[in-house]
Design a binder for this molecule. Structure first.
Ligand code: V47
Length: 383
């Protein structure tokens, strides 16, 4: 794993652990972040785990985003999307606009709508709940992956209701799962600098714990490449791994590289592709109990996302339309890929494309209609 250094023995130990399906420690994770460990060797190890879990398959879906408002009470310093209430760029979508987006998604064959937005100063919980009800009623086949842990925490704050009650009401209205956003970096040394007012680590994790107890699947993320260091990243991964041991409710982990343009951290240089691939691989190795690791092409760029499919990732997200959070922060990627393009980029990377729905069931399309088949992907398999 390394050419010559006193840490070679430690690297051999790590390789033995991975090959025999044993769990890596925090110290192992830290060492894997060290430049002494060659990226290609690290990638090969992560690829071993990725292929053990999913063989040669690479998953994608046909999806759309909906950000019903960008007006937000919080001022997270990494965010280029948010707006103040009276800013020119501030918006809030009407029911008609939201329904038009639903219709567009269904017409385009989408199976999923990913809904997140700002915490609007003036809008009540009933607007957020009603929006789920409206969309689900009009488009029952569309899976609504909506509201980050931070939004659920805000609903708790403005209603005084428990997390459980809020999630039960959302599920009753048509919520299908929770996306992984809002996790950022859990460690308070970093969290207090980049988003001091919003849900802390314990609240975010408790919301996902409750969602899992209610039978919802959820995703998890980590925002890297800003003011954090390797220890903060490993600490973050271990907190996720520990909740997953308890509940098994996380489906997919998505490492998110910070995009600095138009943010209060614009002076920071964006993480390199090498750092992106290292984080992908370390995440795959540390999160031995999370079934899927996603290379979000919007954030990574298509080329790095293709390489990431051999550095631990087994999923590339979707065709995507109407993505704003990354494009407001300077992402140069296209705003949408066609099904042909996304399948081609997976094939070019040497993998077999599989269209999945949000819950990782194979999607079968025939004559303009779609249905779901069996669950795909090996699921949780530690050894
Ligand atoms: O929580 C915000 C991040 C997240 C920036 O669950 C930024 O399948 C980089 O969570 N540069 C939202 N990142 C996106 C997200 C997500 C994306 C794709 C799939 C899934 C899923 C979830 O985006 C936020 C924050 O961590 N973010 N601003 C920025 N300037």
């Amino acid at each position: 794993m390394i050419s010559s250094s006193p840490t070679r023995r430690r690297c051999d130990e790590i390789r033995d652990k991975v090959e025999s399906g044993r769990r890596l420690s925090a110290d192992d994770g830290l060492l894997l972040y060290s430049p002494e460990v060659h990226l290609n060797d690290l990638g090969a190890l992560a690829n071993l785990v990725r292929e053990r879990k999913h063989g040669n398959l690479a998953f994608y879906n046909i999806n759309t985003h909906l950000n019903p408002t960008n007006v937000c009470v919080y001022r997270c310093i990494f965010c280029a999307f948010r707006s103040d209430l009276r800013d020119e760029k501030g918006y809030r979508m009407s029911d008609e606009q939201i329904l038009a987006r639903g219709q567009e998604a269904v017409d385009a064959g989408c199976t999923e709508m990913h809904i997140v937005g700002g915490l609007h100063h003036k809008m009540e919980y009933d607007w957020y709940l009603g929006l789920i009800r409206l969309l689900h009623h009009a488009f029952p086949s569309l899976h609504l992956k909506a509201w980050t842990g931070v939004e659920i925490n805000w609903f708790e704050h403005i209603t005084g209701k428990s997390v459980r009650t809020i999630l039960e009401e959302m599920i009753e209205a048509g919520l299908g799962s929770l996306p992984g956003g809002g996790a950022e970096i859990f460690h308070p040394e970093v969290r207090n600098k980049i988003c001091e007012h919003k849900a802390d680590a314990e609240s975010w994790l408790e919301i996902h714990r409750t969602a899992h107890q209610l039978g919802l699947k959820t995703n998890c993320t980590m925002l890297y490449g800003h003011v954090e260091n390797a220890w903060h990243r490993i600490d973050h991964l271990l907190r996720l791994r520990s909740l997953q041991d308890e509940t098994g409710g996380f489906q997919t982990f998505i490492p998110l590289a910070f995009h600095p343009a138009n943010t209060k951290l614009a002076h920071i240089k964006k993480a390199s592709s090498l750092m992106d691939l290292r984080t992908m691989a370390v995440s795959r190795l540390m999160l031995d109990n999370v079934p899927h690791v996603k290379a979000y092409w919007i954030m990574l760029g298509v080329g790095t996302a293709q390489v990431a499919l051999s550095y631990g990732a087994d999923d590339i997200d979707g065709t995507v339309r109407h993505e704003l959070i990354y494009h407001d922060a300077g992402a140069q990627t296209p705003e949408i890929l066609s099904v042909e393009q996304i399948r081609r980029l997976i094939v070019e990377a040497g993998r077999e494309p599989v269209e999945r729905d949000t819950l990782y069931r194979r999607v079968v399309r025939e004559g303009g209609r779609w249905s779901v088949g069996e669950k795909v992907g090996a699921g949780v398999q530690v050894s």
